[in-house]
Design a protein around this ligand. Structure first.
Ligand code: HEC
Ligand code: HEC
Ligand SMILES: [Cu+2]
Length: 490
C-alpha cells in the first residue's frame, strides 16, 4: 500500500510523455499548411474569422495567466502556518467586488464589438462589390450538389470559383441538416431542409481547397467532403464553357460503356446538362421529388423510391476527385466504386437503390469486370469535345411534337416510359393517346394526360404503384407539346 501511494505521487515520465505527444499531435492539426486548418487562410472571410479567433484566444490566455498566477501566489503566501488558528473572518468587500464585475464586463464588451461586426461582414460581401457570383449548394446524404444559375451548369462535389471575385453561396438541403464548411475560405453555415441560408467567400489565390460537411448527417457524414477549385477568371470561364460543351461521341470500349450506363445508371444520373432546357428540367424533377416527399414523408427518408437524387456527371472526366472528395479520379478507383460503392463509402443511396446492386449475395454490381471497365472508360471519356458550345439559354427553336419530345427527354419521362409497349418503370407510350381516351370515363385524352402529369396519384394504371413524381413545374404549353408528341406514338 505504502509503496503504491508513493509511486502515484511522483510524476510518471512515461505518462507525461504520452500526454505531451498526444497534445502535440492534436496541435499539429492547426499547422497552417494542413488542408483543413483554419489558420492558413486564403481569403478575406476566413481571415476575419481567424483574426477574431486569435483576438479572443489571447484575451483568454491573459485571463488564464492572471487568474492562475493569483491562485498560486495567494495559496503560497496565505497558506496556514503551524500554530495559527483560523484566519480573520471577513464578509464582503465592495471595492473588490465592483472591480471583478466591471473588468469582465469590459472584456465581454471588447469581444462583442468585433464579433458583431464580424457577423455582418461574413453575411454579405462588402457593399459596392461588383460582379458577385451566385452559386447554389444543396446538401444530400452524402454529397454536395452545385448549381450555377447564371450559366445553367450543374455539377457535384467540386466547386469551381474564379479568384478575386466574391462568391455568394445559397445553402439548402434535400434531406437532413448538413453544414457547409471550407476551413481555409469560410464557414460553417448549416444547410437546412425547407429553408435557405447563405454565406459568402472569396478565394484570393488559385488553389484547391478542402471542404467538409460539419454537421452529423448519417453514417457517411465524415465521408461527405468536397473540393473548391479556385482558378484565374479566364480558366474559370473556360471551365464554364466546357460544361456547356458536349463531349465527342465515345469510341471503342467507352461506346459499349455508354450503352451500359444508359441501361443501369441513367435513371438517377444526368450527364448532359449542356442540353437546352436540361438545367430547368433537372431542378424541376428534383424539387418535385422533394416536395412529394415533404407532402407525404416516407419513414425510409426522401430516397425510398427507385430514383433518388444523384450527382450530375456532366463532363465527369474533367473531375480530379469523386465520391464526395474521397478518391482521386482514376480508372481503378472508379472500377472499385462501380463494383461495390460500400468498399469506399458505407450506406450510399446508390447501392441501396440502384437495381444493379439488388438481389446479389454481397450487393456488388451485377456486371462483369469487362462491363464495369467499359462504364469507367465511358465516364472518363466525358470531357468537353470539339463540338460547339451550347449557348444558354435558348427558349426558341422546336415547337409542337418535336418540342414535346425534347421535354419528355429533358424531364426524365423517358427514363421510366419507353415509346414502345414494354414496361420500363411505367407503362410504354405506344398508342398512349388512344389509350388515354379510354382510361377515365368523363375525362378526355388531353385532360387525362394532364392529370397523369400533374397529379399522377389521382389514378393509377392497374398493375403499377405510385412511383411517378408529380411534374407541377410543367406549364400548360409544355403539356400541350408533350400531348402533340404522344399523338405521334402510334
Ligand atoms: C438509384 C440511383 C442511382 C443509380 C441507378 C446509380 N447511381 Fe451512381 N450515385 C448515386 C448516388 C446517390 C450517388 C452519391 C453517393 C454518395 O456519395 O453518397 C452516386 C454517386 C456516383 C458517382 C460519384 C459521383 C461524384 O460526383 O463523385 C459515380 C461515378 C457514379 N455514381 C456512377 C454510377 C454508375 C456507373 C452507375 C451504373 C452502374 C450508377 N452510378 C447508378 C445514385 C445512383
Ligand atoms: C419514376 C418513373 C416515372 C417518371 C419519371 C415518369 N413517369 Fe409517367 N408513369 C410512371 C408509372 C409507374 C405510371 C403508372 C402508374 C400511374 O398511373 O401513376 C405512369 C403513368 C403515366 C401516364 C399514364 C399512362 C397510361 O397508360 O395511362 C402518363 C400519361 C405518364 N405517366 C406521363 C409521364 C410524363 C409526361 C412524364 C414526364 C414529364 C412521366 N410520365 C414521368 C412512372 C414515371
Ligand atoms: Cu452532411
Amino acid at each position: 500500500m505504502h509503496s503504491v501511494r508513493k509511486h502515484t505521487r511522483r510524476l510518471n515520465p512515461a505518462l507525461l510523455g504520452l500526454v505531451l505527444t498526444v497534445a502535440a499531435l492534436a496541435a499539429s492539426a492547426c499547422y497552417p499548411d494542413n488542408p483543413q486548418s483554419t489558420f492558413g487562410t486564403a481569403g478575406p472571410v476566413a481571415k476575419l474569422q481567424a483574426d477574431l479567433f486569435k483576438f479572443i484566444f489571447w484575451i483568454a490566455v491573459a485571463v488564464f495567466v492572471i487568474v492562475e498566477a493569483a491562485v498560486i501566489i495567494f495559496s503560497l503566501k496565505f497558506r496556514a502556518k503551524r500554530g495559527e488558528g483560523l484566519p480573520e473572518q471577513t464578509h464582503g468587500n465592495t471595492k473588490l467586488e465592483l472591480t471583478w464585475t466591471i473588468i469582465p464586463a469590459l472584456i465581454l464588451v471588447a469581444i462583442a464589438i468585433p464579433t458583431i461586426k464580424g457577423i455582418y461582414e461574413t453575411a454579405e460581401p462588402p457593399s459596392g462589390s461588383k460582379d458577385v457570383l451566385e452559386i447554389q449548394a444543396i446538401g444530400h446524404q452524402w454529397w454536395f450538389e452545385f448549381r450555377y444559375p447564371d450559366s445553367e451548369v450543374i455539377t457535384a462535389n467540386e466547386l469551381h470559383v474564379p479568384t478575386g471575385r466574391p462568391v455568394v453561396v445559397k445553402l439548402r438541403s434535400q434531406d437532413v441538416i448538413h453544414s457547409f464548411w471550407i476551413p481555409k475560405l469560410a464557414g460553417k453555415v448549416d444547410m437546412v431542409p425547407t429553408r435557405e441560408n447563405h454565406l459568402w467567400f472569396q478565394a484570393d489565390e488559385a488553389g484547391v481547397y478542402f471542404g467538409q460537411c460539419a454537421e452529423f448527417c448519417g453514417i457517411s457524414h465524415a465521408k461527405m467532403r468536397f473540393r473548391v477549385i479556385a482558378e484565374e477568371p479566364e480558366k474559370y470561364a473556360a471551365w464554364i464553357k466546357g460544361m456547356r460543351t458536349p463531349p465527342d461521341a465515345p469510341a471503342g470500349t467507352a461506346a459499349e460503356g455508354r450503352t451500359l450506363f444508359a441501361g443501369n445508371c441513367s435513371t438517377c444520373h444526368t450527364s448532359d446538362s449542356y442540353r437546352d432546357g436540361a438545367y430547368a428540367a433537372e431542378i424541376t424533377q428534383q424539387d418535385n421529388r422533394f416536395a412529394a416527399w415533404l407532402a407525404n414523408p416516407d419513414p425510409e427518408g426522401p430516397t425510398a423510391s427507385r430514383i433518388v437524387s444523384a450527382p450530375n456527371l456532366t463532363n465527369f472526366g474533367e473531375r480530379i476527385t469523386f465520391a464526395a472528395g474521397l478518391r482521386d479520379l482514376t480508372r481503378d478507383s472508379l472500377v472499385e466504386w462501380i463494383r461495390d460503392p460500400s468498399s469506399i463509402k458505407q450506406g450510399t443511396h446508390m447501392q441501396a437503390h440502384a437495381a444493379v446492386y439488388q438481389e446479389t449475395d454481397d450487393n456488388t454490381a451485377k456486371l462483369t469486370d469487362v462491363e464495369i471497365g467499359e462504364i469507367a472508360d465511358y465516364l472518363l471519356s466525358l470531357k468537353p469535345g470539339e463540338g460547339a458550345v451550347v449557348e444558354t439559354p435558348d427558349a426558341g427553336g422546336a415547337t409542337g411534337a418535336e418540342k414535346g419530345r425534347q421535354l419528355a427527354a429533358a424531364n426524365g419521362c423517358t427514363a421510366c416510359h419507353s415509346t414502345g409497349d414494354n414496361t420500363v418503370v411505367g407503362p410504354g407510350w405506344k398508342g398512349i393517346y388512344e389509350i388515354a381516351a379510354t382510361r377515365r370515363p368523363g375525362l378526355s385524352a388531353d385532360a387525362y394526360i394532364k392529370e397523369s402529369i400533374k397529379t399522377p396519384a389521382a389514378f393509377l394504371v392497374p398493375g403499377f404503384g405510385p412511383i411517378m413524381p408529380p411534374f407541377a413545374g410543367l406549364s400548360d404549353k409544355d403539356i400541350t407539346d408533350i400531348i402533340e408528341y404522344m399523338k405521334t406514338l402510334k
